[in-house]
Design a protein around this ligand. Structure first.
Ligand SMILES: CC(C)(COP(=O)(O)OP(=O)(O)OC[C@H]1O[C@@H](n2cnc3c(N)ncnc32)[C@H](O)[C@@H]1OP(=O)(O)O)[C@@H](O)C(=O)NCCC(=O)NCCS
Length: 161
């Protein structure tokens, strides 16, 4: 049987109290990094939550330090069970509103060269590529070991004012 239900979602600022409900989004190491991001005063972290339970099903960071005059979107992810339902799009729109509210002219982001579906989403939202740069971060394996992951990101930009 196939059925459809409407689930009200709320997009709000992420807090440390959300972290125990975000195990789906990454490793213990990732959540430690998120806890540090939450203490920054030059970044905002949004979550999309099921309005009734308050549990997060999507999240995204806006970094105001990386590029002067722009808000840089990052760490966008939606719970695997709820991808392709429009939640990522709504999170991006909410992030652009935050950037606009600071009177910044551009929203930016970096997407891995090997992530064409995410890039397609950003292009649909009006972002255009203007360059690329190497990027890298530490990753935690299931056995707890840490390794450096190196990649190349396509840089994309969209005017928001
Ligand atoms: C990318 C992502 C945040 C989009 O959120 P979403 O709620 O699925 O997006 P929406 O439903 O608003 O839009 C759907 C579009 O997002 C992209 N998308 C959907 N699932 C995706 C996935 N597993 N991985 C990458 N992109 C995906 C596609 O362009 C998709 O369009 P399609 O369904 O026609 O292929 C989400 O899919 C995700 O968490 N992916 C894994 C993590 C990731 O790749 N993050 C992006 C880092 S730059």
């Amino acid at each position: 049987m196939r059925t459809e239900i409407v689930v009200p979602l709320l997009i709000r600022d992420r807090t440390e109290a959300d972290l125990p409900g975000c195990g789906w989004s990454g490793s213990r190491l990732h959540l430690e990094h998120v806890a540090q991001e939450l203490r920054r005063d030059d970044a905002e972290y949004l979550v999309a939550c099921a309005a009734r339970s308050g549990l997060p099903v999507g999240k995204g960071l806006i970094d105001y330090r990386k590029t002067p005059g722009a808000g840089t979107n990052g760490q966008l992810a939606v719970h695997p069970a709820l991808q392709s339902c429009g939640i990522g799009t709504e999170l991006m729109r909410a992030a652009e509103e935050r950037i606009r509210a600071r009177s910044l002219p551009h929203a930016e982001l970096g997407v891995e060269a090997g992530n064409p579906r995410a890039r397609a989403l950003y292009e649909r939202l009006g972002y255009t590529a203007y360059g690329s740069e190497p990027d890298g971060w530490d990753e935690e394996a299931p056995d707890g070991s840490i390794r450096r992951y190196e990649t190349t990101c396509v840089l994309m930009r969209k005017p928001v004012t």
